[in-house]
Design a protein. Sequence first.
Length: 370
Amino acid sequence: MSPPTPALSTPAPAPRTAAARIAPALRHPVTVGVLAVVLAGAVGLGLVEGAGTAPAVAWDALVEGMFGSPYAVGSSLNSAAVLALIATGFTVAHRAGLVNVGGEGQLCAGGLAAAAVGTALPSGVPAALGVPLVLVAGALAGGAWAGIAGLLRAKRGTSEVITTLLLNFVGVGLVSVAVHEEALLRQPVTSSETLPQSAPLPEGARLPLIGGIESPATAIVVIAAVAALVTGLVLRHTAIGLRLRSVGHSPAASARLGLPVTRLETGGLAVAGAAAGLAGASLVAIAPYMLAEHFSSGYGFSGLVVGLLARGSLTAVAAVSLLFGFLTNGGINLQLAAGVPASSVQIVQSLLVLFVAAAMFGTTRNGRAS
């Protein structure tokens, strides 16, 4: 009888080093965001010092511009809502594996359609009819504008990044032509001081205020919040969201499973365009209630940045949109009250994006290397 074989003991795992315990925490999105804000804020402080303004004075002016009055808060919320709509649409397209960089052109298309419909309405149109018509016109125009890129991708395999980017310039150009030509949307020229812009929308086509007469916050804030909430639920808890995720991961595998890949990709891009078009319509339907040459103010590109920073999370879309909306409004007051160029805020925002992108790239490389 042979002696029993001794059981093999499993070696105890080596104790984790302090660096190994800290590394996951440093890669967490919240940590990355906080560090990016700190670094970008440090650069902003240097810009303030360079402008010859005391940091305390600049900080007071920035806070005053963001939260100092009902008007400041309402204006910031309107800006945040526009950004949130564009970023929400970007998230839908991104879930399908597409990158929509055409928010500016789609926003312009939506604003153009909203102005055309709004100025054609009679002066006594009720708000229950006029406001939905203007907003729906903007959404349909933005969706159709993005649909051009979607069809080119489906029929010719053209990259949506290139087509949506180039369509931005076409959209901006069409707005410029429309507000300069009296045969299109320009208001009648009554003197040499008449600006190249459309006639104002009738009262019934203007977005209603939600914060009282002291605040310019309009119903677009509620619309953007509902849109982000509904989009998040659809993407997470419905078959459409699952199909979009599948197409985004592998179009070839999705096609083998019988999913309509072309329809899902084109539809995702059209939804992104519709959201941006709705944002453009809202810009026309809030004060000063008209279409002007530079009415978009770069919201399309800022919304793209918000979508990239949110990384597919609709909660992050809301948070980053609020941050950027309030910072933009605070930057205006920073220039007026403290003499610091408003472009300093844009520099800080751009650096924030670069720091987050660099951190994402670094953590991804480290993850693959390990």
